[in-house]
Design a protein around this ligand. Sequence first.
Ligand code: NAD
Ligand code: AKB
Length: 324
Amino acid sequence: MTTILVTGALGQIGSELVPALRQHYGADKVIATDLKVLPPSGAVAIAPYDHLDCTDPHQLHEAVRRYDVGAIYHLAALLSAAAEAAPQLAWSVNMSGLYNVLEVARGYDCQVFFPSSIGAFGPDTPRDLTPQVAIQRPTTIYGVTKVAGELLCDYYALRFGIDTRGLRLPGLVSYVAAPGGGTTDYAVEMFYHAIRYGRYTCFLSADTRLDMMYMPDAISGMINLMAADATRLRYRNAYNITAMSVTPAEIAAAIREHIPGFEIDYDVDPVRQAIADSWPRSLDDSAAHADWDWAPRFDLAAMTQDMLARLTEKLKPAPRRQRL
Ligand code: NAD
Ligand code: AKB
């Protein structure tokens, strides 16, 4: 097994993908990298760790050469709401970053994982059971970079034979690291607020239906897709995957099964609501089932139970030190 490099490793996904990859392939085989400069103690805690700005091709080349990298999980990006607040930066990070990764992969023959998104679809796409191959005319800069990124992955696979693999991920729910500026962040926030305050004000309307997934399913999806038999893969841009299609009101009801007094109200943010309204309500992920045996484990009830149990433990106040 050659070395794996993860860009954007300190974000919501990387914080769980890196430990999972290390468990699979060995701790010294997975190099975590991010734009963030960690204090020495932080860098030691997640070593091997390197500072790496994916918009700088020289840093990428140097890291891939130095660590003899054979596979890159390219997570660094701005998410939908953060990207809409800074479209020029989003283009630079999301597009130059991916282009640099693909170019270095071409030079060193690396396998590449690219996380696309439900955001790669737009208002012209059929919104229910969105097919694997459907019209993609997103109206957000995030979506534009995801469609262009999918096409670029396809092109590098066809033109240069690079082993690119990708997933159109839905909103991810997790308890390890906070989400980084997306439209689906409300789902994670709702769990934190339910435990801390017993109430939550949601920035999307009660009936906004979107695909969601619990992080353990997303992580196993990424690792399984990268390990899948290449001859079975019909798509090199990105596969639709999903685990549930839910609204804020439905997540709140699931939380109420465990915290009966939980209350939710709504103060809609027009920017994020417009983004959500342009995305599919549910994806058809049958191609992923057929081509590489995609099978999520967590539905809404199972995710809610696990998420509340883990978060309750995480948010428990530290025990007070006993006086001697
Ligand atoms: P995140 O915002 O939590 O983390 C992104 C990380 O990238 C951050 O740690 C940030 O410091 C780093 N970064 C930013 N600019 C960088 C640069 N120039 N060079 C190197 N690192 C840089 O994002 P995430 O939720 O972990 O998402 C990772 C990927 O998955 C993104 O491409 C995102 O679009 C995609 N995705 C995420 C979700 C989700 O719900 N989290 C859903 C669909 C797709
Ligand atoms: C976002 O909301 O931007 C992400 C995504 C679905 O791509 N969570």
